[in-house]
Design a protein around this ligand. Sequence first.
Ligand code: IMP
Ligand code: MG
Length: 179
Amino acid sequence: MQHRGEIETLIDATELAARVRALGAQITQDYAGRELVLVCVLKGSFLFCADLARAIDLPLAIEFLGLKSYGDAQSTSGVVQITSDLTRPVAGKDLLIVEDIVDTGLTMAYMRKNLATRGPSSVKLCALLHKPARARVDTPIDYLGFEIQDVFVVGYGLDWGERYRNLPFVGVVRQDAAP
Ligand code: IMP
Ligand code: MG
């Protein structure tokens, strides 16, 4: 893949797989005896959610929520639009939001508020990545993959201007290689 040359690896595929397995095992233990609804936040979480779902040994349903946050290519304004909504009611269900990255926290704040209006029995958050340096609102993350520095990352679902989502690892784009 030619465009891999522009990326420096931050978290390789082996590390990702091991961490996702561990998160799945923890979630399996914590929700034992319950049924779970994974809410996969599109687009960035599609690979993480696919791997995480296979690491959870529980009866579960998967819902997808398409979100688009306005801003420039590398940061959000906090204005979030739902581009594709859940297909079923979630009242009385245990929801686990599966998100690629929590940056300012504004998207997850919106998402939690929005889901809460639908009367679920619980809402928790599983995020692959967290950049604490950029937090603007407090965002409790119940399950976290990796804490990272304040760098813009791509791969394993994450994009820069829709590119790089298909990289099987998380990396940093070299500054001279903008899309
Ligand atoms: P927040 O609302 O600032 O927490 O931003 C969350 C969203 O911004 C994530 O769901 C990502 O889609 C996007 N985002 C934030 N940081 C990065 C990054 O480093 N790479 C790719 N997308 C990012
Ligand atoms: Mg994005």
